[in-house]
Write a protein of this length. Structure first.
Length: 158
């Protein structure tokens, strides 16, 4: 898959390989990590073989998501965001329902308070075990000051 961007000369469009886009998103994540965080609670719900995570992303938040090991289902109840992945930028306006692909890294900017629910398939109910099953491991997943998952603390641009 090829993503297009405006060329550096300002004329035409140049192709950007997904690997370059992922490196760009990783660099953005480094910049987001320098911003002051705002606490965003995660609501967890369980049903037969189904687990959901619900977060309220505040307006003006700039954030990156964790890489999921499985395909999942995203439900945006309300709100408006731009989300950048290796496939390009997409404007999401709730209500919206769409699949999430395993292995994808996301960068987002919220233009309005956005209520986002991600639904996963698992029979587990222990949050630490769910974390190991559903998300790729990597350095700094936990905030060692608060002991909470990084996804629960979203850097916010004021």
């Amino acid at each position: 898959m090829i993503v297009h961007q405006v060329s550096s000369s300002g004329f035409g469009v140049e192709e950007v390989a997904p690997e370059r886009m992922r490196a760009f998103i990783d660099a953005l994540e480094g910049e987001v990590a320098k911003m002051d965080p705002v606490e965003v609670p995660v609501d967890h719900e369980f049903a037969d073989g189904v687990y959901s995570r619900k977060i309220l992303i505040p307006k003006d938040a700039v954030l990156t998501g964790r890489v999921h090991k499985q395909n999942d289902l995203n439900i945006v109840i309300y709100g408006e965001m731009d989300v950048l992945t290796e496939s390009g930028m997409k404007r999401i306006i709730g209500p919206a329902v769409f699949p999430g692909k395993a292995g994808v890294k996301q960068f987002g900017i919220a233009y309005a308070d956005t209520l986002w629910v991600t639904v996963h398939h698992t029979h587990l109910t222990d949050l630490e075990e769910i974390d190991k099953e559903l998300f790729e491991d990597g350095p700094g997943i936990y905030d060692f000051v608060t002991g909470k998952l990084k996804q629960e603390t979203l850097p916010c641009q004021a």
